[in-house]
Write a protein that binds this ligand. Sequence first.
Ligand SMILES: [Zn+2]
Ligand SMILES: [Zn+2]
Length: 398
Amino acid sequence: MFKQDKLRPAIRQKATATLELSSIRKTRQCTLPEWSPSCWTNMTGQCWSIHVKLLTLLHVTSGYYQRWKNTFVVTDLSQRKTLFSRRTKPTDLLTGDEIKAVLSVNLCKMENTTSDVWSADSLLELMPSNPVRESFENAWIYMNKHYTKFQIATYGSLIVHELVYFAACLPGIIFQFLPFMRKFKIQTNRPENFDGQWKCFKLLMFNHFVIQFPLMCGTYVFTEMFDIPYSWEEMPPWYNLALRVFGCAVIEDTWHYFLHQVLHDKRIYKYIHKVHHHFQSPFGMTAEYAHPAETLILGAGFFIGILLLCNHFIIMWLWVTVRLFETIDVHSGYDIPYLNIFHLIPFYGGSKFHDFHHYNFNGNYSSTFTWWDKIFGTDSQYKEYCAKLQAEEKKKGL
Ligand SMILES: [Zn+2]
Ligand SMILES: [Zn+2]
């Protein structure tokens, strides 16, 4: 039952935009939102205000909606009753009746609540606004208007990959010429040299253009098959994207941990992974210095997250940016913890952690986080090494 008239004034005020039944009727159909209410950015302005208020209501009541495994469900928990349930596609539309059902379930409960209504939106309002949002929005819209999806997914991705890769490598390339940076170098007895860097650059170019570029073309096919949107209007908010990218990192790290150990198996090591271990003291560019087969095997971990979590094309570029900065950081050969934003992430391995893998060859198999090595004890040699270094430092200090 829809009981708009019985709402108390305070609640009525909060819900006014929501309860414009006539406007809901006029709207008839809105784009189906993601399960996260914040993903409704793709709805019309009118529906957006409905969503904002609906979000407010959802947090204090027992009715809720969700989209899970491609099924859209409206549930009244108080009566343990499913009101709507239907199979959907990501591009499906939410009908006016479904919006009304969600509102009705929640508003009936609202009548008896006296607690203040909490809203995720009011929390977000406290955050500083993004100064580059407008320029980014204009650039994104311009790109969509002037280039095809194929061009964006293939050539666009290649450009993003190359720009990010070498931008992330640049500090390390400069550090080798700055004497005061030597105190941050992890293996001081093995400085970078031109021959090594040139050898690395040549294989990188082969991997980037011959192995990785065709994979990027494959991402276009993926976005077409799964109707992944490219438009600005359908772009989820930043916190939704951030969570998805974090999810991609967890999945990739897990894949990397187990497959990396397989590549270290004595029977196959010399055929594939030996190439990556050519540099016992890594530098940024060595992050993707690997046998083409390794690029495919370990690179698969990058795409699993995308397959499972991608809800907009921008995830591809965000995830590749984060992953490249991270892998170049752990291969950089320099440990500058206070200036490194990645060190704010709990369980982040960092350059010392992966540098030890190249130095010692055994242990520390994860790519990003340390938990798998902790769980399986494959960081024991690293721990012993750190303890030894600490004891030596202490001795020197005395
Ligand atoms: Zn290895
Ligand atoms: Zn490595």
